[in-house]
Each structure stands twice: as structure tokens, then as C-alpha cells.
Design a protein. Structure first.
Lengths: 1024, 222
């Protein structure tokens, strides 16, 4: 690793850095030094590092252009270890810390000698605009190949391959006023609102609040402007009603003043969050702010001028030059040429000369500019060339000169002989564009202001803009605007605030700016040296001109064809220039061409911050039953049913079963399920059915309501009895099923499917609240209150009898009866409901006592062969009986009659229940609807694939007419055969026919259409 | 409760008369995720108030208010999203929706309370204006208390609801989103927040709270 300990461009004094605190960092393998308070960019400039990257498309060497979020070139990959990798960090926004390690995102083998640059030099011809899209088509099949190389060549950083050691979180915030940006307008607005007592959040994306005040040449109250900013920030920091968020970017403005703020909490301290008191704080935090009103004080971005080779390192925007000198004590060169269209740009030259370096000339596009700053420059003896501009930069890896000539702005042509000025730095200023990105996120289209030469934000209700963000650029005016707009915003909330006294500012006369975007060249644009508009996406003026010639007239199309404003850049530096060039080429005005839409995020946000704590074990709620611990301790494999974790099967550890097997081998799923199935059919099994939805229904009209919401009849269900019911949507299609028990005359307990519980609850409320509010009935979810365990199998009665006081006599407690009494000393309700076809008791116990009851059953269960079983066995057993599962055997297009369940539909009920009308439509009465049938594979070893398509003629030419599909399919240890449920067109009248199931592997299975009931067709076993 | 009422509704004491082992909704979580101890560094302290009696009341406010005053000695909260408590603070009633309240009482009182309320409300079996419902949901939910200087910030990490004292004064209670689940959030006293959560979501919420509280050295009070 090479080392560079000098900082040739560092000034001996000035700036807001701490020279006594030196930090080392590594960039592209070389060690450098900087100071506390530096950004990576300012430290690189202070070390004289010119080339920080290679460009996206042409692989040209690139240097630092800006000092803030708008930096297009200095994108770096951070991280010294694999886990700490962060792509696409703007060096201008990354605070320097000890040990920082960064690399250019582009450039192979390195930025100094780049293999791609040869292609880049030829590239004009090989990579015209639309190049990317053209690769889609020539031929289309090659795209996958092209993409690999384009991605490698383009390179936008890479993701870490290891687990992130950091954690992230979200914080929900609420406030009266959210002020975005803590420059002069934002600080004034924040102070105004804060002093009124309103709840205020003030955020700013930079390391330090203060914005332009931190590098201003102007005085506030006769002191440097930053002093005033420090005082205001100190006052705000001491107020309870104010939340100050530095290093926090408002990255997205969503509906209803919901704004996401991305706070980088530890990125300035190290590449991973350092421990504080033994605890690792969240690395970054997403503040999810619901604001009463929002004030945008986001400032403005300076526009660079578009001239030839304006991308060579050493070309900067003028304001960035001032920022580096005044804020960081870094002069990014020796000899400066400034090309400007306005007075503000002059500050760069004055700051440069103040720093003791040479200003070769100021080239001003205006004739006879006469503002105060111009006069100051003249008085300092700087050469001013008026009515002229820099036509092109000279040099390859660093600016070596500037070709300057008089220009005719109106005629877009060079008006004089060019002169070449030797220099190493060219600063340019084409004016200021308000930062309208956030306002644009609301969907409001900005409007062009001819006087300001910029788009100003259109504001939806509740959004305000102040200062430069709406084109009020002067310092005094911006401060006044901040306080005025804060008062307006608070007034909109019905709160009053007093405008606060402004600090004293010297008035300054400014001469009018000139509208220049692209500088003319002696050669036509298409043949002139590359004039870059969007540096990050390598979009040139020529590309935009070509796009317009190829017929792209809408600015949105030009954007997509050229990639202007894409990516992390979002058009911060280039968009307005690009639109101006498109307008020139199309012979239209800028407002006629319009602007593209800016989208969130303003600057990139890490996935960590977006996910917050919603990751890993907390990604999704896991719902557990009261018996979960037992299941875990007994080796259950779990299945996700909605958010529930249900035991799927309980593989047992086997004794040695084969000579070659190791002891302690666990059963396979098939083995476990077969064992569990036989246990239920031959002895007794137990299932945790707590996840079934349970709804307590009370009221004099409960019975009437059930009759309207279910397809079958409820009028005569006696107290002590339960009934199976089907629920349809109003389209007549089955939505859910379950049993409902009559607990007392006005009191019922409904059960739903596990997945359907919440939906059914809403469904009941919907019909009650909107259609039948006159019915006196209420619904309360008791799903979590009751734990449910199903004891089922021929031995169930004997087992239960040991620990209950309920009379289990077959006549006293019949199938579809329920009784209450004690089991294991705990009051319970027991329901003789069977989903297995065997004798079954479903025990409902208050969940806090469930584990005791469950364990007591096992204490008594051994001698009966009590076997816990999971959802897979439950599925096999119910399918053997032809019991459907709503959502598996149905898909929202299946009626009760399609299922062969006419017996559960009461057409003669007095009130027209939900779904009745739809079931009398001709379509629902068609005889060739897909109907539920059983399928018995001809080869008993075959277990058909669920979802497999069914055809009648396997020799039919492809595409074969498909007549249905398999909905449930299992191996039945009872039948010693595979079996399935399926829906088949007209299936009910096809009993005994053979159908075919062609599989993806070329095999075709044959199966016979049979009844859906495979085991115990008469239902004798559940009635014992 | 009259015999008549008993035939209209099935009112059932689901608490065993004899001592049997019980498990609160957090039993598995404490076993599985542990219980970080409370230290002087703990800026948030979590405590489960397990095994309380939880009843849902449904019906008209005026009718229920009278019955509740008669039986409990204090009335329903007068405004939406608020709660009332008795002097001991052990019994509370919270507004949940225009015809729905949550009553929380010391464990074991709920069955007796349900009977007395039904007695006071009379036989509401005909289709008239005095329909009401009372549902015991004690096994389905549990109550957690959060205290400590960072309790509010922990809530801000978890719920989109505004928990600033101006927006969430003492006596307020809401049903809201918490992480990716929902729960009832209430503030019975100046320094204490209560979360009423559903049994099946308890583990997820417990793990969430421990995770979000780690930076405040959260401790769980046994």
C-alpha cells in the first residue's frame, strides 16, 4: 500500500475542520490523511487526488465536481471488510473517519489505467443514445449475454456478500411542522415555529446544520454568518418541542404529508456502528414522519455550464469551489478560470484569490456586468472577460487549459477568436435550480420562472417552500422568507407564531443573470468535443440533440432514450441543462418542453434502513398456540398456515431399522405421516386445532343471522348440537366452512378455517353493519381464548373417559353434540365433531390451562397408543373422507354444488342468504362446471401431483383440452395407495371413467374418477 | 343471574376450582427468549400482568354504563379512545369501538363480574334495544406494562400512533398497529404504558420489544 502524507491543497487556516485531529484513510489502496470535519471528497481534494472514478459509459476519467448531494462522479464503494461493503456513497456526503476505506465504483483494473477507456474513446460511435435499448433487440436472445458485460462495464458498486453486523430501525414521528433543510431559510423557519411552541422537526442532510451559512462570505449581525447559525442551532437544541436531525435526508415525500427521513446515525463514526456502553446503536434510522405541515427549505443546486470536455478532472461548479475553500480549507487547484452567467459565481474567484492562489480570468457570458461582487473582483485586479465563455477544457486526466471566446448567446454561436488560458481548474456557474425534488414527489408539476431561470415547485396543500427552494436566493430575502413561510404554515394549522426579527445583513446589488445552458462551440454540437449534461449517466448535449432528431420530442422520452437523470443522480446537476438543450433542438421554450418527474429516493437509502427491525427473526409475526412448547420439545416439524406455525408432523427418532442406518435416525416425513395416520385409524391420535378461527356470537337474532350468512339451515339447531356450514361470497362461490354450535338459545360458537378467521370476522361485521343493522347480534373473536385439541380414533372414548366427568355414552353424547364438563380438572367444552372420519372429541379449554390438559391426556394416553399428529396427517385423513379444505380444494370459483354438497344448501329458506341469487345463474347451473371428484391412480404407487392438469385423451395433439386439475393428493396408508381429489368438468357424471395426467417429465398417469369418499363411505366410524 | 338468562346464554366459569398448572401467553417466550434482568442501567422495564380477567362488553353505552356503575362502582369512559379505572387502578374499562369496551379485572373476578352484569342488565332475549353481549376473553390476551425513561421512544419505534404526551395524555387507550401486529395501547398513569396483546402474537411482540429495547438495556420484571 502506498502512502501520501502531504495535503498539498490544504490551507493553513480557515474552514470548519480540526487540524489538530488528523485522520488516516485509504482510497483505491493508497493511504492518505485528512482532518476531523472533512468529507471524503474534501480530504481527497486536499491530497490532490484528481481522478476519483471512471465514467459510466465512456469510461472517461472523472474528478470531484460538487460538494454535496448533487455530486455525480465521486461515487465510492465503502468498506474494509466484506460485511461492511456499502455501494454508491457520494464522497461529498461521507464524513471522514479514522480508517475509512473506499474504492472507486468504476474502473478496472484501476481508475488511472482503465481497460474500458479504449472502448470509451471509440464509444461515441458504438454507444449512441438508445444503445442500451438497441441491445434488447439485436437479436433479443443475445440480451442476457450483453447484459452481463454491460453491467460489469457500467458498475454501480456491489452489495456485501456477508451478513451485515449492524442493525437499523424505524422511528415514527409526528409534528406540527417539518422543516426540511437547515440553511438560512430553514433555520429561520424552524426558530419561528419553535418559539411559538409548536412541535417541530428540523432535518438537514449534511454533517453540520447551517447550509450555505457555513461557507458564506456575508456577515449576519456583523459576524460571520456561521456564528449566527451556531446560535440558532444552540437555541433550537435546548427546546423540548424541537427535534433536530442532522445527517438526515428527507428522501421521500409520500401521501398526506408522510415523509421518510433517513438519518445516518453512525456512518460518520466508522464503517460499522461503534459500541456505546456495550450496546451497538442502530446504524441508521428511518424516521417515518406524519407532519401537520411541511416546509421545504431545501435550497438550490448550482447548474454547471455545458461546454466541451467539461468532465475532465478539474472542472467544478463554482459554489463547490467556495465550499471547499471556506468550509474545508482546501483549494482544489493552483490556477482558476471561472466561467459564469451570474454574480454569485464570482464568489468562487474571490475565495480562490483569498486563499492565495491565482485567478487567471473570470469569463462572464454577460456584457458589462456591474454587480457588487463584480466590482469587488475588478477591484482585486482579476481579469474579467465579458460576453464570453469557456468553450472547452483542455487536458485529459486534469485540466491544463481553457479555450475561451466571445459568444453570441441569442444566436447560439461563437462570436470571436478563441484564446487558450493555461489553468488547472475551471469553475462554472450557470445559475441556480431550486431543489424541487420533494415537491415533485407529491405529483405536483413544477413551473418555469423566466426571471429566475429555473423551475419553482408547485405545492400541494400543506406544503410550503421558503428561500432558495422557491427561487428566493438572496441571503436577507431567504431569511425573511423562512420566518414568513413558517408563520403561514402554522396559521394553516390554526396556530399563531410571531415573525422574528431578522439579523442584520448588508444589502448587495446584483446584476441580472443571463440564460446560458450549453455553451456554443465552433463545431456543431454533434461534432464538437463531448459536452456533458449528465455526468453520472454520460449523457452529452450531442446525445440529446440526436434523440430529438430521432423523433423523441417528449422530455420523458428523451430522458429514457438517453438515460438523463437516471440512477442515483436523479438529474440534480444535469436535468435543467438537458431540458434547455432539448428545447433548443426542438425550437421550443423550456416550459413547453417541461420537466421530468423526480422520484423518491432523493439520494440512495440502504436496504437496512428501509427494512429497519423488520428482518430476520422479526421479518414476519409468527403466531403460536398455547401448546407450542410441547410441539417443539417433541420434535415437531412446523408448517406455515398464514402466520401460524402449526405442527406439520412429529418425526420420531427410530431405533436401528436397517443394518446400515445409524441409530437415532429420524423418520422421513412419509414414514411419520403413515404412522400417524394408522394411529388415528386404529388407536387414537391428538391434534392441536387451536388455530381454527372461533367467533362467539350472541344476540336474539344470532340464529337468523347464521341462516343468512350460511347456505344451510340453522332455524332448528337445538341447544347442545353442532352443525357444519358453508359460507359463500355473494357470487355463490365457497369462501369458508366450519361447524357452528348452539351454546344457548341466543348464543353460538362459530369455527372457521385457520386462514379464513380474520376474513370471516370482517365478513360477518360487513353484512351486519351495512346490510342488516336491525339484527341484534354481536361477534367477538375468541380464537386466542380457547385452545382446541382433537382427540380422535377408536380409542378416543376410553382415553377421554379416564379424565372427564362428562358422560361419554354414545347415546348420551352423540355425534355432532357438544357437552361441557371437566377434563383433567379444567372446565371445558367438548364437541363431537370429526374431521378424520373417526370417533372424535374436540376439547375447547381456556388457553392458560391448555398445556395442563394436553399433558394429562398424554399421561393417560400411552396404553391407548395416543399419538400426536400434525397437519399433514390431518390432510390425509380428511381427504380419505372427502372432506374439503376451503382454499385448497376450492379457489374462489367453486360453488357448494360443484363440491357435491347440495345437502348443505337450503334453497327454501325464507330469507335469501348470501350467494343464493348467484347460484341460480345459468353459469352456476351449467352441467359441465368443474366438479369435485375422487381420483384413484391406476398404479397405486403413484401419488399424483397437486395442480396436475387432467385430460381425457392423452394422444390428443398439443395443446390438449384440459378438463380439470388435482386439488389434493396423498398416499393413504389405510388404502395402501395414492389417491386424490380433483375438479373435473362435468365430473359428477363421469364416475368410473378414466382420465389422464400428462406430467412435465413426459410420463402420463391414468386415474379413475371415483367418489370423493375413499374410507368408510357410510360414516359408521365417526358415529360409534 | 336468572334461570331465564342462563337458558339464553351459555355463561361458563372456565377457571378450574382446583389448583392446576397455568401458562400465560408469554410462558413459551420467557422460556425460549429469556428474561433480561432489570438493572440500574435499564431505561425500560417490561412486566407481564398475567392471568387477569378480560371481558368484552358489547351493547348500548347508556345501558351498559348503568350496569357497570352498579356492579363496579365506576362508569364507562365517556369518550372514544379513553379508559376509566377504579381507585385502586386494578379494574379498568376501555373504549374499543362505539359499542364495544374492554373490562380488565383481577384474575378470578371475571366470571362473577359477568354474572352480576348480566343480572343488572336483565333478560335481553327479545329483539329490542337492550341487546348486549359479554364475552370472556381472558385466555386470549395478556397485559404488559412498560415503564422507564425510554419507554416512549421504544413505542415510537414500534407504532405509527402518536405517543407524544400532547397527543396521548394519561387516560387514553387505542387499538393500533404495533410492529406488524396490532394491540391495545393505553396510558393509565403518567409513567406507565400498557399493552394488551393477543396470545398468539405475544411471542412475536415480546421478541420485538426486547430487540427494540436492547439499546435501553431493557429488563423484564418477573
Amino acid at each position: 500500500m502506498s502512502q501520501s502524507l502531504k495535503q498539498p491543497n490544504r490551507l493553513h487556516e480557515g474552514g470548519r475542520i480540526d487540524r489538530s485531529h488528523t485522520l488516516s484513510f485509504t482510497f483505491n489502496g493508497t493511504r492518505y490523511q485528512g482532518h476531523a470535519g472533512d468529507t471524503l471528497a474534501s480530504a481527497l481534494l486536499s491530497n490532490g487526488v484528481d481522478i476519483v472514478n471512471r465514467s459510466f459509459k465512456y469510461s472517461r476519467p472523472r474528478g470531484i465536481v460538487a460538494a454535496g448531494a448533487e455530486e455525480p462522479n465521486a461515487l465510492v464503494q465503502l468498506g474494509s471488510s466484506e460485511a461492511a461493503q456499502v455501494p454508491n456513497v457520494r464522497a461529498t456526503q461521507q464524513a471522514l473517519f479514522e480508517g475509512l476505506t473506499a474504492q472507486s465504483t468504476n474502473g478496472w483494473p484501476n481508475v488511472q489505467r482503465d481497460a474500458m477507456s479504449l472502448i470509451g474513446k471509440l464509444g461515441g460511435r458504438f454507444m449512441p443514445p438508445g444503445f442500451y435499448y438497441k441491445t434488447f433487440m439485436a437479436p433479443a436472445s443475445m440480451w442476457m449475454t450483453y447484459e452481463k458485460y454491460i453491467r460489469k462495464g457500467a458498475g454501480l458498486g456491489r452489495s456485501p456478500m456477508e451478513r451485515d453486523p449492524d442493525h437499523y430501525d424505524h422511528l415514527h414521528q409526528h409534528c406540527d411542522l417539518l422543516v426540511i433543510g437547515a440553511g438560512p431559510a430553514g433555520l429561520m423557519a424552524g426558530l419561528t415555529a419553535a418559539r411559538s411552541g409548536a412541535r417541530v422537526i428540523l432535518c438537514d442532510e449534511q454533517e453540520e446544520m447551517g447550509g450555505s451559512l457555513l461557507d458564506s462570505r456575508e456577515l449576519l449581525d456583523h459576524q460571520p454568518a456561521y456564528r449566527w447559525a451556531e446560535r440558532v442551532i444552540d437555541e433550537l437544541g435546548r427546546l423540548d418541542n424541537v427535534t433536530l436531525l442532522p445527517r438526515t435526508t428527507a428522501n421521500g415525500y409520500h401521501d398526506h404529508h408522510f415523509v421518510t427521513l433517513h438519518e445516518r446515525r453512525t456512518e460518520h463514526l466508522g464503517e460499522t456502528a461503534p459500541l456505546v456502553d456495550g450496546v451497538r446503536p442502530a446504524r441508521s434510522r428511518m424516521h417515518r414522519v406524519r407532519a401537520g405541515q411541511v416546509l421545504l427549505a431545501t435550497g438550490a443546486h448550482e447548474r454547471p455550464l455545458v461546454y466541451g470536455n467539461n468532465d475532465v478532472p478539474g472542472n467544478l461548479i463554482a459554489g463547490a469551489v467556495s465550499t471547499y475553500i471556506r468550509r474545508y480549507g482546501v483549494v482544489p487547484g493552483e490556477k482558476l478560470v471561472l466561467s459564469t452567467t451570474n454574480d454569485h459565481g464570482y464568489r468562487a474567484a474571490l475565495d480562490w484569490i483569498d486563499a492565495g492562489r491565482e485567478v487567471v480570468a473570470i469569463v462572464d457570458a454577460r456584457r458589462n456586468p456591474d454587480g457588487d461582487l463584480v466590482a469587488e473582483a475588478r477591484a482585486r485586479g482579476i481579469r474579467i472577460i465579458d460576453g464570453a465563455a469557456v468553450l472547452e477544457a483542455r487536458g485529459e486526466k486534469r485540466v491544463s487549459g481553457a479555450r475561451v471566446a466571445a459568444i453570441d448567446v441569442a444566436a447560439f454561436k461563437v462570436a470571436g477568436q478563441a484564446e487558450t488560458l493555461a489553468c488547472d481548474t475551471i469553475a462554472s456557474s450557470g445559475g441556480y435550480s431550486p431543489v424541487i425534488h420533494l415537491a415533485s414527489h407529491t405529483g405536483a408539476r413544477p413551473s418555469w420562472d423566466d426571471e429566475l431561470l429555473g423551475f419553482v415547485p408547485s405545492l400541494v396543500k400543506g406544503v410550503h417552500a421558503a428561500g432558495s427552494a422557491r427561487g428566493v436566493h438572496g441571503l436577507a430575502e431567504g431569511l425573511a422568507d423562512g420566518t414568513a413561510k413558517a408563520c403561514e404554515a402554522l396559521a394553516a394549522l390554526g396556530k399563531s407564531a410571531d415573525a422574528i426579527a431578522l439579523p442584520q445583513v448588508d444589502a448587495r446589488y446584483e446584476s441580472t443573470a443571463c440564460a446560458l445552458y450549453q455553451v456554443p462551440h465552433e463545431k456543431p454540437t454533434l461534432r464538437a468535443p463531448k459536452q456533458f449534461v449528465d455526468l453520472q449517466n454520460d449523457v452529452t448535449a450531442a446525445a440529446i440533440e440526436l434523440a430529438t432528431r430521432e423523433g423523441f420530442e417528449s422530455i420523458e422520452h428523451v430522458k429514457r432514450y438517453t438515460a438523463m437523470g437516471f440512477g442515483t443522480d436523479q438529474g440534480k446537476l444535469g436535468n435543467i441543462n438537458g431540458m434547455a438543450i432539448a428545447a433548443r433542438c426542438l425550437g421550443k421554450s423550456i416550459p413547453e418542453v417541461g420537466t421530468t418527474v423526480f422520484r423518491p429516493n432523493y439520494t440512495p437509502v440502504t436496504f437496512g434502513a428501509i427494512a429497519g427491525r423488520h428482518c430476520r427473526e422479526l421479518f414476519e409475526p409468527k403466531r403460536y398456540t398455547a401448546l407450542h412448547q410441547w410441539h417443539v420439545e417433541h420434535g415437531a416439524e412446523f408448517e406455515d398456515v398464514g402466520q401460524w406455525k402449526r405442527p406439520w408432523y412429529f418425526p420420531q427418532v427410530r431405533p436401528q431399522v436397517r443394518p446400515d442406518a445409524t441409530n437415532g435416525e429420524r423418520e422421513s416425513m412419509a414414514e411419520a405421516v403413515a404412522r400417524e395416520c394408522l394411529a388415528v385409524r386404529e388407536k387414537v391420535g391428538i391434534l392441536d386445532a387451536s388455530t381454527l378461527g372461533k367467533i362467539d356470537i350472541q344476540g336474539p337474532d344470532a340464529r337468523e343471522f347464521l341462516g343468512r350468512i350460511y347456505t344451510n339451515k340453522w332455524a332448528k339447531l337445538a341447544v347442545g348440537r353442532a352443525r357444519y356450514g358453508l359460507m359463500c361470497k355473494d357470487d355463490g362461490m365457497l369462501m369458508d366452512d366450519g361447524t357452528t354450535s348452539c351454546l344457548a338459545e341466543n348464543h353460538f360458537l362459530m369455527t372457521t378455517t385457520t386462514g379464513g378467521a380474520a376474513g370471516v370476522m370482517e365478513w360477518l361485521e360487513l353484512w351486519h353493519q351495512t346490510e342488516w343493522p336491525e339484527l341484534d347480534v354481536t361477534f367477538t373473536s375468541v380464537t386466542d381464548h380457547w385452545a382446541t385439541m382433537t382427540v380422535t380414533g377408536p380409542e378416543a372414548r376410553k382415553l377421554l373417559a379416564e379424565i372427564t366427568d362428562i358422560d361419554l355414552d354414545r347415546d348420551a353424547f352423540q355425534f355432532m353434540d357438544w357437552r361441557q364438563g371437566k377434563v383433567a380438572g379444567v372446565p371445558v367444552r367438548v364437541f363431537r365433531i370429526s374431521f378424520t372420519g373417526e370417533l372424535a372429541y374436540e376439547i375447547n379449554v381456556q388457553a392458560n390451562y391448555a398445556m395442563h390438559v394436553w399433558k394429562t391426556l398424554f399421561e393417560h394416553g400411552d396404553k391407548y397408543g395416543l399419538t400426536p399428529y400434525g397437519t399433514e396427517t390431518m390432510h390425509v385423513l380428511r381427504a380419505e373422507k372427502g372432506f374439503i379444505i376451503a382454499g385448497q380444494d376450492t379457489d374462489g370459483s367453486v360453488t357448494p354444488e360443484d363440491l357435491g354438497m347440495q345437502w348443505a344448501v337450503g334453497y327454501d329458506k325464507p330469507f335469501p342468504w348470501v350467494g343464493k341469487r348467484a347460484l341460480s345463474r345459468s353459469d352456476t347451473r351449467r352441467v359441465d362446471r368443474k366438479q369435485l371428484v375422487g381420483l384413484k391412480p391406476k398404479d397405486p404407487k403413484v401419488v399424483l401431483k397437486e395442480g396436475a392438469q387432467i385430460v381425457l385423451d392423452p394422444d390428443h395433439a398439443i395443446p390438449m383440452p384440459m378438463v380439470g386439475h388435482v386439488t389434493s393428493s396423498y398416499y393413504s396408508p389405510t388404502l395402501e395407495s395414492g389417491f386424490a381429489l380433483a375438479v373435473v368438468k362435468g365430473g359428477h357424471s363421469r364416475m368410473g371413467e378414466t382420465v389422464y395426467l400428462p406430467m412435465a417429465d413426459g410420463k402420463t398417469h391414468a386415474a379413475e374418477i371415483v367418489s370423493t369418499i375413499f374410507v368408510d363411505p357410510k360414516g359408521a366410524r365417526q358415529n360409534v | 343471574m336468572s334461570e331465564q338468562t342462563a337458558s339464553w346464554f351459555n355463561v361458563y366459569n372456565v377457571r378450574p376450582e382446583t389448583e392446576v398448572p397455568t401458562e400465560s401467553p408469554l410462558a413459551w417466550s420467557c422460556h425460549h427468549s429469556g428474561r433480561p434482568s432489570v438493572s440500574e442501567k435499564s431505561r425500560v422495564v417490561l412486566r407481564e400482568r398475567a392471568m387477569l380477567g378480560h371481558l368484552i362488553l358489547r351493547g348500548g353505552a347508556i345501558m351498559l354504563d348503568e350496569a357497570v356503575r352498579e356492579v363496579l362502582g365506576f362508569g364507562l369512559p365517556g369518550r372514544p379512545n379513553t379508559l376509566t379505572r377504579d381507585e385502586s387502578g386494578e379494574r379498568s374499562i376501555q373504549w374499543l369501538s362505539p359499542d364495544e369496551w374492554l373490562v380488565i379485572v383481577p384474575g378470578g373476578e371475571e366470571f362473577d363480574l359477568e354474572g352480576k352484569l348480566r343480572e343488572a342488565l336483565g333478560d335481553a332475549h327479545d329483539s329490542s334495544d337492550n341487546h348486549y353481549a359479554i364475552v370472556n376473553v381472558s385466555g386470549g390476551q395478556t397485559l404488559l406494562e412498560l415503564e422507564g425513561e425510554c419507554a416512549r421512544e421504544l413505542l415510537m419505534k414500534s407504532t405509527p400512533y402518536d405517543v407524544h404526551p400532547d397527543a396521548f395524555p394519561v387516560g387514553k387507550g387505542v387499538t393500533t398497529i404495533f410492529a406488524k401486529a396490532s394491540l391495545i395501547l393505553r396510558r393509565p398513569t403518567e409513567d406507565r404504558w400498557e399493552l394488551v396483546l393477543r396470545r398468539s402474537f405475544a411471542d412475536y411482540l415480546y421478541r420485538w420489544i426486547l430487540d427494540a429495547g436492547r439499546e435501553y438495556a431493557i429488563g423484564v420484571d418477573a
